[in-house]
Design a protein around this ligand. Sequence first.
Ligand code: S2G
Ligand code: ZN
Length: 468
Amino acid sequence: MTMHTASETAVLLDGVRAFVEPAHVRADPDSRLNYGRDWTRLYAPNPLAVVLPGTVEQVQRLVRYANDHRLALVPSGGRTGLSGAAVACRGELVVSLERMSRILDFDPVDRSLTCQAGAVTEAVQNFARERGLYYPVDFASRGSSQIGGNIATNAGGIKVVRYGLTRDWVTGLKVVTGRGDLLDLNRGLIKNASGYDLRHLFVGSEGTLGIIVEATLKLTRPLREPSVMVLGVPDLNGIMAIYGLLRGKLELSAFEFFSELALRHVLKKGLHRPFDTETPYYVLTEFENPDGLHTDAALALFEHCAEQGWLVDGVISQSETQAKELWRLREDISESIAEHQPYKNDIAVRISRVPALLGEIDELLAREYPDFEVLWYGHIGDGNLHINILKPADLESATFAQQCGAVSEHLFAVLQRHGGSISAEHGVGLTKKPYLHYTRAETEIGYLRAIKQAFDPNGIMNPGKIFD
Ligand code: S2G
Ligand code: ZN
């Protein structure tokens, strides 16, 4: 893809304005800045412009136009991503699905809804709740992330231990491929053994195969009166022992952890400690507890864990309000540390490997990052750890990123030995691209390229993301 001169840009954008209303073709600096980046701050946004189509037909015409003019496109949803997948820093045209945000259909018999890609996650969750159902993929950025972006990154979040990831809830997808073809994939069917399931190629594709324009999502019954427990854990070894015990006795919908250092950043924002004891780590777990039927069992399990020395204190929510307050201790971490421009690792291993991995990484990070503040938190019940290194105020960003990148090589070598992934849920984008080989074999990456070639032969779809 080439950068365009001012006159070439003017001609290109006039061509787009022939089929997208001029008000929705924006080249002003603010639009280019805001739509040209996600939550990462490592890359200078530099899109050619931003276009906001209102219909599937306009998306199709845009992709065909981009093929004719070899114009790179970056699909854009809520831009809450953390891997740079939605960053446009090389003169690409950003295609925002923001205007295509409607919920198009709901069927109570199928227990499913169909929405446009730009539908905000929380709006979909509320729509389901108002109809006595539940869309169970949930995370802190729910208020600004969009369903299309959730699908393009196979978003996970805080309920995966019971409900799985976005992939598990997508029963249909309408996509415009990088060739400009509109595909209507699986159409909401539960069973469909008619050949390769192309829907699943688009889940997690990060905009590199085409543009998701509509999704059919299945829904389920709501959680019945979930209770939340926060447990004070003296060391990493007890965490997965607690998980092993609780998951066999309670219907867990979440099993998260976070370190004391992470908690302190949240407390600075005005929240209160879950209990007086200060411990190196905390577990937050949620379980279905209709009419408090399982409270006694939970308390008995708490006592057993205490006898084993796996925990030293804890609290169980007595109300929905308190449950929400306890959840904020975990969910507010990301926002509370954003000002420190953290270098983020989002790694995953099979849960059987978590105890060994925790010990090896703890040693590695203490050795490699003696002077940096390292925060641990994440969805440990899925084997997913978020390790965030906070940038010292006096250290230049590029230097910090370079130092952390060097440590990542050691971290990912440990991860590779445990068969883990360098990206559990945030995607590869730009930030993890240099490390993809720690998780995907070169032969396998060759197949990814072959699939990309089939869907996007001119390489206009989000070029440079995931792999070159
Ligand atoms: C989390 C949110 C993004 C981050 O809190 O589970 O996925 O800051 C994260 O890592
Ligand atoms: Zn997460």
